[in-house]
Ligand binder design. Structure first.
Ligand code: CMP
Length: 370
């Protein structure tokens, strides 16, 4: 009886599994599988619920095998089975499907074999938001990051040799060789400071102090490089998104590419759901808005005016007495371009034609409202 209902749902699920990195079911399987793997290592908890824990682990394992088979079949049908198997996604899927059963078949005890389930976590990686941005930042900033890494390794090695030379006679256990001193150098330069090996000679401590300061400097440099890279990347992303919206607004259409780029740098996009209040009457105005897509309603005494794609609002407070003259609410989901007061002044100075249009419309609205 239920066949006609179950089959389309299953087909839909198979299609989603084949096409997407992570379905909701996959997230549930990863979370519950890894959770149960952790429970397995807590003896009292596992003893109390081992049937349930085993059942969940086997269910997750079965799900990952199912996912792997579906994707492999899908890739083979489209004649890129080899590409899928050799891709990172394919390797992760294969690992998730076979690591635990393979370990068991090779004689590893089930309790140890299930620990390979930790690799299921890797399935989530492609779905992490911002990962592509992180990769771009790492690639773009690879030069400076590598330079700092080289400095890090140089300080590490020089400090190990120095401490070996200064401490080996008084502490043969901790500084018996350069590799042994390297352990101290890594713990110190990374500011971990386990304190299991500590220089005790005066000169040894001076070197240690220098190494600690270098450690702070190195990590400060890395953080700075990455933060700047992220900021630049986010700016570029925002610029592209804003550019797309600006070029669709007829108000800016007459501008040349250079002027559009100039204006784009001044605007930021804002996505709002329906029924969101954007402007309240009587508040101090510090920005104006252009509607890239959507619709807003201006609540004026005795009437309501609707503004749609391409219109602008919020200019009167910036040109007049600073106070908002009406309430404005979105009537549907809208994308707005926001121009802050400082940039408004710059825009008015740099683009007199736009300034004229805004000024004229503000005057017309002022007269209409009288
Ligand atoms: P501001 O006064 O900053 O905030 C309210 C905004 O409503 C105002 O700027 C104008 O942009 C807009 N507005 C006021 N009156 C009208 C009108 N008659 N028609 C369209 N928009 C208006």
């Amino acid at each position: 009886m239920s066949k006609p209902l179950v089959l389309p749902a299953l087909a839909q699920f198979v299609t989603a599994t084949a096409g997407r990195n992570m379905t909701k079911a996959a997230y549930v399987a990863v979370a519950s599988g890894v959770g149960m793997m952790v429970v397995l290592t807590v003896d009292p908890a596992y003893e109390a619920a081992h049937h349930g824990v085993d059942a969940v682990l086997w269910a997750c394992q079965a799900f990952f095998v199912f996912e792997w088979v579906v994707r492999l079949r899908h890739a083979i049908k489209r004649e890129h089975g080899r590409a899928y198997v050799l891709s990172i996604r394919g390797l992760v899927d294969t690992g998730a499907a076979i690591a635990v059963p393979l370990a068991m078949m090779l004689g590893v005890s089930p309790k140890s074999a299930w620990l390979f389930g930790v690799f299921w976590l890797l399935k989530v990686v492609p779905g992490i938001p911002g990962l592509r941005q992180l990769r771009r930042v790492l690639v773009l900033e690879s030069g400076p990051l590598l330079s700092v890494l080289v400095i890090f390794l140089m300080v590490l090695f020089m400090a190990s040799v120095a401490e070996y030379f200064l401490e080996r006679d008084v502490q043969p256990a901790g500084f018996s060789s350069v590799p042994a001193a390297l352990w101290w150098a890594v713990a110190t330069l990374t500011t971990t400071g386990y304190g299991d090996v500590v220089p005790i000679t005066l000169l040894g401590r001076v070197v240690a102090a220098i190494v600690m300061i270098c450690g702070l400097g190195v990590f400060g440099l890395w953080t700075g490089i990455l933060a700047t890279g992220f900021a630049a990347e986010t700016r570029r992303d925002n610029f592209l998104k804003t550019w797309e919206s600006v070029s669709k607004v007829p108000f800016f259409a007459a501008l040349g590419p250079a002027a559009i780029a100039d204006v784009t740098g001044m605007l930021r996009t804002m996505d709002l759901p329906a029924r969101t209040t954007i402007i309240r009457k009587g508040q101090v105005g510090d920005c104006m808005y252009f509607i890239a897509a959507g619709e807003v309603e201006v609540d004026l005494p005795g009437k309501k005016v609707t503004l749609g794609d391409g219109a602008f609002f919020g200019e009167m407070a910036l040109l007049g007495n600073n106070l908002r003259s009406a309430n404005i609410v979105t009537t549907r989901e809208s994308k707005l371009l926001v121009l802050d007061l400082v940039d408004f002044r710059v825009l008015m100075a740099r683009h007199p034609d736009l300034a004229g249009t805004i000024d004229m419309e503000a005057k017309r609205r002022g007269l209409e409202n009288k």
